[in-house]
Structures are given as C-alpha cells and as structure tokens.
Design a protein around this ligand. Structure first.
Ligand code: FAS
Ligand code: PHB
Length: 390
C-alpha cells in the first residue's frame, strides 16, 4: 500500500498553504481535493490579509505577486448615521492589512505546488478514513472510478465547513458551538473603480453594506439581505440602486456601476468545533470554525491554524518531539475564539436586527457612540482587525 507522511484533505487556502510550508520543511504531502482547480478558483471569498498571513505566504515562497499587486491599507472607515469614522491602524497599532483576494492567494499557492511537483489529486471522490486512533491511519478515495488507499502518519482536515474531516470525529467526542445570524450577505464583484481608497463598513437603517476592492479597477461590494432572498431576484441594477442608497452622500457620486462578474448570497454564522484534533486527524480552517465575514477573519484564521500545525509537524519530523502537535488544538482554539468574539462584535454592531428588542438596539447605538469617543476602544478594534499575535 502507498504511504505518505501527511495527507491533506482540501485544496483551498488552508490545505494549499500547509502543503507549501511542509514542502519548505522537506515533509512530503499528498493533497486530495474533491473539486476541479477551476471550481476552487471560481469561489469569490475573502479580500483582506493580516500581516501573519502575508508572512506565511512569504515563508512558503509564494509571495512575489502578492507583494507586487497587494494593496497596503493603513486604516478603514465605519459609516454610522451618515458620519464617516476612520480607524487608523497605523496610528493605533503601527500595523496594516493587505488587500489581496483569496482567489489570488489560492492561485499563487496552486502554481507553487505545481511548480515543485508535489502531488494534488483533484476531483478525488468519497474520501474516507480508518484507523484515526492508530499510528498510521488509512485514507481512501476514488478517482476516475478507481479505488485508492494510502497509509500516512497524519491527516490534515482542511476540507472546509462541509467536508468529511469534522464529520469523522466520533459524535461522543465532538462538541460544536454555533450562532446563526438572521440575515446574509449579497456580494457583487465588478470591474469598476472602488468608491474610496480604503474599505467602508456601513451601518445604515436600510441594512449593512461593505465597500471593498480587489485592485484599483476591481470592486467588491456586499449588502445585508434577508435569508429568504434569491440571487435571481437581484439584477445588477437593483443591487447598484440599493448600494447607492446606503452610501454616504460624499460617495454616492463616486459610485461607478458596471456589469457583475460574480454575484452570490452567503449566510452568516459563527461556528466552532472542538476538539480540533482526534488521533492523527487535525482540523484546520473552515473545517473547524466559521466566522461572519464582517471582521475579515475567516481566511486569516485558517492561516494561523496552518502555522501552528506546520510548527508541530516540523518539530515531529525534525526532532521526533510531539509537544507542538499535542498542544495544537488548545493553541489554535485560543486564537479562534478571540476571532469569533471580534467577528460577532463587528457583526452585531454594524447590522440591522429589525426583530430585536429595543434594548439591544439601544446597546448597539451606545457601543458605536463609545467606540468613536474612545481611543482605547478604537485601538481594540484596530488590533483585532490587523490580527492578534499568533
Ligand atoms: P475552503 O472551504 O476554502 O476549502 C476547503 C476545500 O476542501 C474546498 O476546495 C473543497 O472543495 C474541499 N473539500 C470539501 N470537502 C471535501 C472532501 N470530502 N474531499 C476532498 N476535498 C473536499 N473570509 C474572509 O475573511 N472574508 C470574506 O469576505 C469571506 N467571504 C466568504 C464568502 C463565502 C460564500 C464563504 C463560504 C466563505 C467566506 N469567507 C470569507 C471565509 C473563507 O474565506 C474561508 O475562511 C476560507 O475559504 C477558509 O479556507 P479553507 O479552510 O481552506 O476552506
Ligand atoms: C472582501 O473584500 O471580500 C471583504 C473585505 C472585508 C471583509 C469581508 C469581505 O470584512
């Protein structure tokens, strides 16, 4: 039976980044991905990278295009009751974020893996595991109607929220924690210039909106929408009109409309699965946790999980020590829960909750008023947004 040191399930950013970092440490991997490369690249998701994620891309040797094309942002704006409030990351934390789309991160990682010849099996079907609680678990999958099995030392479950890895942890071991929000995000991507040099998070009485970007000529916009909304009911024109209404007066004339390249609705949830390890299976990224995108943490949490797992595997293969792997779940979850808190806080502060008690609305208004009146409060927002230390 074929064997490999680490089998990675999922060729999203978590799986690919882990694969590249292990590659730089001389640790052999095989990635199994259920979809095609084009399908993976077609999903439009995150847009903001923390410095930790940027640093890992550089350590993985995949940062050339990111460093050339990424946009350094030293702050962001929150618009409340028509008033713009800038959160100055540089002044408050001395740090910044990089605007560079997840699609491009994934493309760079895919290209690097192909260039080094490390194997990725795309369109691998029915992945399953056995012997997770033994020294050498077995991974099974089907490819082109042929059944395959691989013996390995470790399995990295980087297969996202709907993957097989979390489901492979016994129900009497796995605990999950969840909050589902009463709205979703309707996103649109267009080859039009952004309305501002930085992102704008908008708390408007008609609903939340976010003005983001991928470059100086490609914009990414989001509108809070009902869970019953259907994408086919949202023409481009209806989207642009709704966005225009929620923009501050200073920016309405700047809005450049154009045909949507992509348009989708995503539900918002906070979700954490514990433990992030079972036997030789380690969960990383969306396989273990989901955050509402309001805090721009999803992709960046996947990166910090990958960092901890990379360090633990490096220690094992280079020094036969297991301290890093044994401490992985506790260390990763400590950072996960802080990001869950921040993402929940940003979401409850900036969205409309029409059915909530008036008291909650009053608290939301007080939260915002305090935030903009206190350097300490704005510093707390900024240090979470640019990324807490690993
Ligand atoms: P991913 O889901 O990206 O990748 C998992 C991979 O595993 C996929 O390619 C999948 O095909 C594969 N897979 C699944 N099951 C498998 C199986 N059984 N066998 C083999 N392969 C399998 N984050 C932000 O920071 N900002 C955002 O604006 C933002 N917007 C988002 C919008 C949407 C609609 C979604 C769903 C997420 C969004 N996120 C956002 C979060 C997102 O960026 C994730 O955090 C990020 O994709 C996490 O990467 P992975 O953990 O690699 O999971
Ligand atoms: C994005 O550009 O897709 C993006 C940016 C910031 C967020 C969420 C999404 O908080």
């Amino acid at each position: 039976m074929k064997s490999v040191s680490v089998v990675i399930i999922g060729a999203g950013p978590a799986g690919l980044l882990l694969g590249q970092l292990l590659q730089t440490s001389g640790i052999e991997t095989l990635i199994l991905e259920q979809r095609s490369p084009d399908y993976v690249l077609g999903r439009i998701r995150a847009g903001v990278l923390e410095q930790g994620t940027v640093s890992l891309m550089r350590q993985a040797g995949c940062a050339e295009r990111m460093d050339k094309e990424g946009l350094v942002h030293h702050g962001t704006a929150l618009m409340v009751k028509g008033q713009m409030h800038r959160i100055d990351f540089q002044d408050l934390t001395g740090s910044s974020v990089l605007v560079y789309g997840q699609t491009e991160v994934t493309r760079d990682l895919m290209a690097a893996r192909a260039a080094c010849g490390a194997p990725t099996i795309y369109e691998a079907e029915d992945v399953s595991f056995s012997g997770l609680d033994t020294e050498n678990p077995i991974v099974r999958y089907r490819k082109d109607r042929m059944e395959h099995q691989i013996r390995c030392d470790f399995i990295a479950g980087c297969d996202g929220f709907h993957g097989v890895s979390r489901r492979s942890i016994p129900a009497n071991v796995l605990k999950t924690y969840e909050r589902v929000y009463p709205f979703g995000w309707l996103g649109l991507l267009s080859d039009t210039p952004p309305v501002d040099d930085e992102l704008i998070y908008i708390n408007d009485r008609r609903g939340f909106a976010l003005c983001s970007m991928r470059s100086h000529s490609r914009s990414r916009y989001y509108l809070q929408c009902g869970l019953d909304e259907k994408i086919e009911d949202w023409s481009d024109e209806r989207f642009w009109d709704a966005l225009q209404e929620r923009l501050p007066a200073t920016h309405q004339a700047r809005l450049v409309r154009g045909p949507s390249i992509e348009k989708s609705i995503a539900p918002l949830r906070s979700f954490v699965a514990e433990p992030m390890r079972y036997g030789q299976l380690f969960l990383a990224g969306d396989a273990a946790h989901i955050v509402p995108p309001t805090g721009a943490k999803g992709l960046n949490l996947a990166a910090s999980d990958v960092y901890y797992l990379w360090q633990g595997l490096k220690e094992f293969y280079h020094h036969r020590q297991t301290e890093g792997l044994d401490g992985y779940a506790v260390k990763a979850l400590a950072r996960v829960w802080k990001a869950e808190r921040f993402s929940w806080w940003m979401t409850t502060m900036l969205h409309q909750f029409p059915d909530q008690p008036v008291f909650e609305t009053k608290i939301q208004q007080a939260e915002l008023a305090y935030l903009f009146s206190s350097r300490a409060a704005m510093t707390a927002l900024a240090e979470n947004y640019v990324g807490l230390p690993y």
